[in-house]
Design a protein around this ligand. Structure first.
Ligand code: S3P
Length: 444
């Protein structure tokens, strides 16, 4: 069954047990479609995440001239147009809920002499785009945005972009990627200098498609440089499993009275594994076994079982590597003994929802003591199952929805979410996979 646009309740269950293959990584899936569309020749992608966000990136690539075809579940073929071959779309490009799709595509289109309108849903239309608009404008793209630098916007690219050297003020892989993708269309070398390293899938995948990229590491920064007007060659690639999706099922095992879950084929990358590091420090004792490589990334099998957990102060340095895992961390922290404090995570305010506010209210309606901070939150752990029994407002945020349903599997009373539809954006099989490991999820 697909998660539908309904209210769903998660009832406490005595056991969470089983083995699941992690769905394709969302970040890698977007990038695979974008780079395959820009490559010369026909690429074959397997393991693609067929979540709404990714499908919209595929639709946008088609509207720009690439031939994107689904051959079977997770198996896609993309006939690329070449790095300067995109054509102007006839209709607005609709990115739905997807910050990644829209921001990366702004970089792609910036290097083409075409005009495109970008639109999205209410959540995406409230998110800040100036972080991408400003550097792309410096490179020579022209952007007419809605007030406050938001969607809908119209971007006019150029075949004569100027290369830049840019140090993003936010730790953001989307900003870094947009600039590198624009740099592909610029005349000369474009560099992005990060002081806090963000996920590096764009760099890895660009190299996988044959691009030359240099990475310079200094004590306090990492600079990626791409020379423009390079050709990408079509590839055959498999998308590894999404650690951010795996985190929900693994957490269900950790908090269960009798939990033991294995997640197969999970991407393992130091820019993404912050949550696993933190839960290990809380006492999780996760098992990990290397199982190979896919799309230039290592893959592992991860295993988690019931564990007594201790709250902790999350080190700020680890925040970028777990930026999507704070909603589920909030749930885990509520089962732990002691206090968990998150700081240096102000970026959570501008995710699919204000995730600081949304996490704290999710916990409070379920009887957990939690407090907002400007750049984080504090959770007083219950030292066991929290009361539960709440109706959680998801604010159209897929990760809040999934976190609350995980909480319900082991809280003292059921947890209900106001809407499950957004789960489709990143993990369409979530309800099925949770039921497969023993969760009791029912339309309310
Ligand atoms: C992503 C980067 C992160 C993350 C998002 C996916 C990506 O966003 O939250 O879910 O694929 O580049 P920011 O770049 O805004 O941190």
């Amino acid at each position: 069954m697909k998660a539908c646009s309904s209210v769903i309740t998660s009832y406490p269950v005595p056991r969470i047990f089983g083995s699941v293959r992690a769905p394709g990584d969302k970040s890698c899936s977007h990038r695979a479609l974008l780079l395959a569309g820009l490559a010369s020749g026909t690429s074959e992608i397997s393991g693609l995440l067929e979540g709404e966000d990714v499908l919209r990136t595929g639709d946008a690539m088609s509207a720009l001239g690439a031939q994107v075809e689904r051959l079977g579940l997770g198996n896609w073929q993309v006939k690329g147009v070449g790095t300067d071959g995109l054509r102007a779309p006839t209709n607005a490009l609709d990115f739905g809920n997807s910050g990644t799709g829209s921001r990366l595509m702004m970089g792609v289109i910036a290097g083409h002499p075409i005009k495109a309108q970008f639109v999205g849903d209410a959540s995406l239309s409230a998110r800040p785009m100036n972080r991408v608009i400003h550097p792309l404008s410096d490179m020579g793209a022209v952007v007419e945005a809605s007030s406050g630098g938001r969607l809908p916007l119209i971007l006019t690219g150029s075949s004569n972009l100027k290369p830049i050297v840019y140090a993003p003020p936010h730790a953001s892989a989307q900003v870094k990627s947009a600039i590198l993708l624009a740099g592909l269309g610029a005349s000369g070398a474009t560099s992005v200098r990060e002081t806090r390293m963000t996920r590096d899938h764009t760099e890895r995948m660009l190299m996988g498609f044959g691009a030359e990229l240099s990475v310079m590491r200094e004590a306090d920064a990492r600079t990626v440089t791409i020379v423009g007007r390079q050709r990408l060659s079509a590839q055959k690639l498999t998308v590894p499993g999404d650690p951010s999706s795996a985190a929900f099922l693994l957490t269900a095992a950790l908090i269960s009275p009798d939990g033991d879950v294995t997640l197969e084929g999970v991407l393992s990358n130091e820019t993404r594994d912050g949550y696993f590091q933190v839960v290990d420090r809380m006492g999780a004792g996760l098992g990990a076994e290397e199982v190979g490589e896919a799309a230039g990334e290592r893959m592992i099998t991860l295993q988690a079982s019931t564990a007594p957990l201790q709250g902790l102060d999350v080190p700020e340095a680890v925040v970028p590597a777990m930026i999507d895992e704070f909603p589920i961390l909030g749930v885990l922290a509520s089962f732990a003994t002691g206090t968990t404090r998150v700081t240096g995570a102000g970026e959570l305010r501008v995710k699919e929802s204000d995730r600081i506010g949304a996490v704290v209210s999710m916990l409070r309606v379920n009887g957990v003591e939690a407090e907002e901070r400007e750049d984080g939150f504090i959770v007083e752990g219950c030292g066991g199952p929290p009361p539960g029994g709440g109706l959680v407002e998801t604010h159209h945020d897929h990760r809040i929805a999934m976190s609350a349903l995980v909480m319900g599997t082991a809280a003292k009373a059921p947890v209900t979410i106001d809407e499950a539809a957004m789960i489709q954006t990143s993990y369409p099989a979530f309800v099925d996979d949770m039921r497969a490991i023993g969760a009791d999820l029912r339309p309310a």
